[in-house]
Design a protein around this ligand. Structure first.
Ligand code: SAM
Length: 286
């Protein structure tokens, strides 16, 4: 196969297939040859693994994954890329491409049908416009996956991998920590992509936890409390929770006190145990 990170090869493919980038689909393709092998190696692509890829582009990462893993199944929304991939991935007999929107795909079924007997990991250079929704979908669906290794914008990566209790933490940080152990793997400069985006990126890996780190009576309520707490970062805890939970402020203050949390605490100072204690107390009042 020709080198898919070579700009002349990419231009030739585009010309022959009449392809042009779609900004709306977050199409920034990797042209730095050192990045995809690193994602594949650090993302668990190896013997005994089935890899689910999201967003193939012209198959530059897919190729590195297919060289290492037993099986690769990739979901790509852009039907114009399907004939391109037939050509660029022709040498691999362990790749299946599904032309679908990842947000609408039945991921449980895809994993079951494609990765029988294999351990499963997700690897992707994610389209930026759906970074958080895709990550939350992967985590919340409780799919039988070991890890999610993804390229995201640097700022998003900082938030996703932040420690709770620090300024970078947000609602998504708490959710990520509930389901996984996040790790920032390496940074990738904007010049590694074609076309180059306006910001730098990084690759992160979320190692999925087998058991959640805290027990809660109602998981949906737990996440509503987390979202409510971070929804108005400038307001104090009682005010944000009073409006998001639709409850009198005095009652909310009692709950905060009963949970052993200072009423002046800022959202980013709360731990998963604090959110769990709040959610379980709200459970009794709704
Ligand atoms: N993996 C390639 C690379 O690294 O060069 C392409 C990465 S590019 C940032 C994101 C890819 O995701 C594009 O190929 C785009 O068409 C695809 N994509 C965008 N939205 C999608 C969706 N909702 N479902 C599946 N694929 C999507």
């Amino acid at each position: 196969m020709e080198n898919l990170t070579n700009i002349n090869v990419i231009r030739d493919i585009f010309e022959r297939h009449g392809f042009s980038f779609s900004k709306n689909l977050g199409q920034n393709f990797l042209i730095n040859p050192s990045v995809c092998p690193k994602i594949a190696e650090m993302g668990n692509a190896g013997e005994g693994y089935g890899i689910l890829e999201i967003g193939t582009g012209i198959g530059v990462l897919t190729h590195e994954l297919a060289k290492r893993a037993d099986k690769v199944t990739a979901i790509e929304i852009d039907s114009r890329l399907i004939p391109v991939l037939k050509e660029t991935l022709a040498e691999h007999d362990n790749v299946t491409i599904i032309n679908e929107d990842v947000m609408k795909a039945d991921l449980g079924k895809i994993i079951e049908e494609n990765f029988d007997g294999l351990k499963v990991a997700v690897c992707a250079n994610l389209p930026y416009y759906i970074t958080s929704p895709v990550i939350m979908l992967l985590l919340e669906s409780r799919l039988p996956i070991e890890s999610v290794t993804v390229m995201v914008q640097k700022e998003a990566g900082k938030r996703l991998c932040a420690e709770l209790g620090t300024r970078d933490a947000g609602a998504v940080t708490a959710a990520v920590r509930y389901y996984s152990e996040p790790k920032l793997l390496f940074n990738v400069s904007r010049g590694s992509f074609m076309p180059a985006p306006n910001v730098d990126s990084c690759v992160i890996r979320l190692d999925i936890k087998k058991e959640p780190p805290v027990n809660v009576r109602d998981e949906r309520l737990f996440f509503s409390v987390i979202r409510g707490t971070f929804s108005q970062r400038r307001k104090n805890l009682a005010n944000s929770l009073s409006s998001s939970m639709n409850m009198e402020k005095s009652q909310v203050m009692e709950i905060i006190k009963a949970a052993g949390i200072s009423e002046n605490a800022r959202p980013e100072q709360l731990s998963l145990d604090d959110f769990a204690a709040l959610a379980d107390l709200f459970f009794d009042h709704i």
